[in-house]
Design a protein around this ligand. Structure first.
Ligand code: ADP
Ligand code: MG
Length: 284
């Protein structure tokens, strides 16, 4: 669905590159996550792939279209939701969607249906300018589905939203993917990446450090941890030990020998811990 070869980008067209020679492929039907801290180059890549930024160096094919010469037809097949909501404040929610739907040459989804899907039912006739940030985001998100895209670009789809809206948006993403939609998801939130993505690319300073599934990464990089709850001086204590490092193994043995154990279970490393291990950087 997406094929990117040696893609580089320099905003000022100088020797400083914000995207450096990256390569990846997104297969049909998968949710591919672009995971990295703020400023890593995620949105830059999404903007190049969706034609908002001109391709400078490298090659990219998006939904069978070469983005060197972007064809209008490509936009019939893709959907894009941006980090910043960009809706027309003077138009109502429904007018925003109706206006956008006219830009497509393909059949579009009924605006009311989309508004219901994102929990904006009853707000059809309210001007978008009167919407809260979360509502504007939902409207932008709804708009990105209007042409029933087969490839859907989502830039930080849940960032800054309250948890219940974020949960709704995650469910919609899962449902669309089950229906066969391929998704390119950009995020600095490792929980989202872990929960939704079939594969993730770790991106830092414009470079992809690795690409793999969250499951494989946890198997490969996640050292096994054991969390033990035990009684010491009549108090309950909780400690986590690695089952790999010798000093931790010894300390764990000591706790088992000397204290009453209440609970003990293995704990997987999180995607964030793995990210830090691989890239030397945090996700914020
Ligand atoms: P992310 O989406 O991962 O947070 P971006 O792709 O937005 O990162 O930004 C990558 C880098 O490019 C950052 O260093 C950012 O400051 C820089 N950048 C983004 N947009 C522009 C622009 N329009 N002009 C110059 N530099 C930019
Ligand atoms: Mg971004």
């Amino acid at each position: 669905m997406i094929k990117v070869k040696n893609l580089s980008h320099s905003y000022n067209k100088d020797e400083k590159y914000q995207v450096k020679n990256i390569n990846f492929e997104v297969k049909k039907g998968e949710i591919f996550g672009f995971l990295g801290p703020s400023g890593a180059g995620k949105s830059t890549v999404q903007n190049i792939l969706t034609g908002l930024l001109q391709l400078q160096e490298g090659e990219a094919v998006v939904a069978d279209y070469d983005i060197k010469n972007i064809s209008k037809e490509m936009f019939n097949k893709i959907g894009m939701s941006f980090e910043q909501s960009n809706v027309y404040s003077k138009l109502t929610a429904k007018e925003n969607l109706d206006f956008y739907s006219k830009l497509f040459d393909v059949k579009t989804v009924d605006s009311n249906e989309l508004l219901n899907l994102v929990g904006l039912e009853g707000k059809e006739n309210v001007k978008a300018g009167e919407f809260s940030k979360g509502m504007k985001h939902r409207l932008t998100f709804a708009r990105s589905m209007i042409n029933e895209p087969e490839l859907w670009f989502l830039d930080e789809p849940t960032t800054g939203l309250d948890p219940s809206i974020a949960a709704d948006i995650k469910e919609i993403i899962k449902t669309k993917n089950n229906d066969g939609v391929t998704i390119f998801l950009t995020t600095h939130n490792m929980f989202i990446a872990d929960e939704l993505c079939d594969r993730v690319a770790f991106i830092v300073d414009g470079e992809i450090k690795l690409i793999d599934s969250p499951e494989n990464l946890k198997l490969q990089y996640g050292e096994q941890l054991v969390e033990v709850e035990y009684i010491e001086n009549n108090e309950t204590k909780i400690k986590t030990f690695s089952t790999v490092f010798p000093e931790d193994k010894k300390a764990l043995q000591t706790v088992i020998d000397q204290h009453e154990i209440k609970t003990m279970h293995t704990k997987e490393a999180t995607l964030e811990e793995i990210f830090i291990k691989v890239t030397g950087r945090g996700l914020v």
